[in-house]
Design a protein around this ligand. Structure first.
Ligand SMILES: C[S@@+](CC[C@H](N)C(=O)[O-])C[C@H]1O[C@@H](n2cnc3c(N)ncnc32)[C@H](O)[C@@H]1O
Length: 239
């Protein structure tokens, strides 16, 4: 079972994690999430923030409420994640890494940022992307969602995320479901053929084509099989 502890000033913001696949993972006992409002541990009249030394805009989260809250969490060897726009950018491989852990602690910031000493508590500083949110809650929720769906048995069939965009290093191929024809648009013949090998090849080619068109950067460090390299050459020739 994975145990997640989240330090936040707004535990009520995490209601979405009660639903859908993450909610079910909790119900199945595959996951435990605890919320810690660190305002409750603030010594100074419940003040969690203060002005920056040296002057400047905004307020910073004080070290004491965060340190005391972390001290109270029972965890053996947790990954302690600070949500911070200056951190390493979160992606699928990061989610895969976190999904291997037994204990995760997320620290959600607010206001202008943190007292730098809080960073001595953390193992990872992670950003959701190159933009600034009002707080770490939405970022933490996104990371929890992306991580939890990779825990074995959380999603029905193990296979269901193997072909996801980014899992294989490529974007996912196009998919269709019933009916065969909708508003004049039909399903590619190969998918109706029942020929598994042809379907596999078509999907691989579509994935490569889409990745080349939309995210050529993903191909820069991609470890191509012989088949993939040949297919890519063919796609490039066709233009
Ligand atoms: C308004 S932001 C502070 C931004 C800070 N002054 C800076 O320039 O880096 C408040 C908090 O929201 C969270 N946050 C904002 N943008 C984020 C992002 N892209 N990824 C992760 N957390 C983010 C962090 O916890 C941050 O401390």
């Amino acid at each position: 079972m994975m145990k997640i502890d989240i330090l936040t000033l707004f535990p009520e913001m995490f209601a979405p994690l009660e639903h859908s696949i993450v909610g079910k993972a909790k119900d199945k006992g595959l996951l435990e999430i605890n919320y810690h409002n660190f305002r409750e541990n603030a010594e100074k009249a419940r003040h969690v923030d203060d002005e920056p030394y040296g002057g400047g805009q905004g307020m910073l989260l004080r070290a004491q409420p965060i340190f005391d809250t972390i001290d109270k969490i029972e965890a053996k060897n947790p990954r302690v994640i600070l949500l911070d726009p200056a951190g390493r950018t979160f992606d699928q491989s990061y989610a895969e890494e976190l999904a291997q852990e037994d204990e995760l602690i997320f620290i959600c910031g607010h206001y202008e940022g943190y007292d730098e000493r809080i960073k001595t508590l953390v193992t990872d500083e992670i950003s959701l992307g190159d933009f600034v949110l009002t707080g770490g809650e939405l970022a933490a929720m996104t990371m929890v969602d992306a991580t939890v769906r990779l825990i074995p048995d959380v999603i029905g069939k193990e296979a269901s995320h193997q072909d996801d965009s980014f899992s294989s290093g490529l974007l996912e191929y196009p998919q269709y479901t019933r009916p065969y024809e909708y508003r004049g648009m039909t399903v590619p013949d190969v998918l109706m053929s029942g020929h598994h090998e042809n379907i596999r090849q078509w999907r691989l080619e579509q994935s490569l084509r889409k990745t080349l068109q939309r995210r050529p950067d993903l191909l820069e460090n991609y470890d191509f099989s012989e088949e993939e390299a040949k297919l890519l050459e063919k796609i490039k020739k066709e233009g």
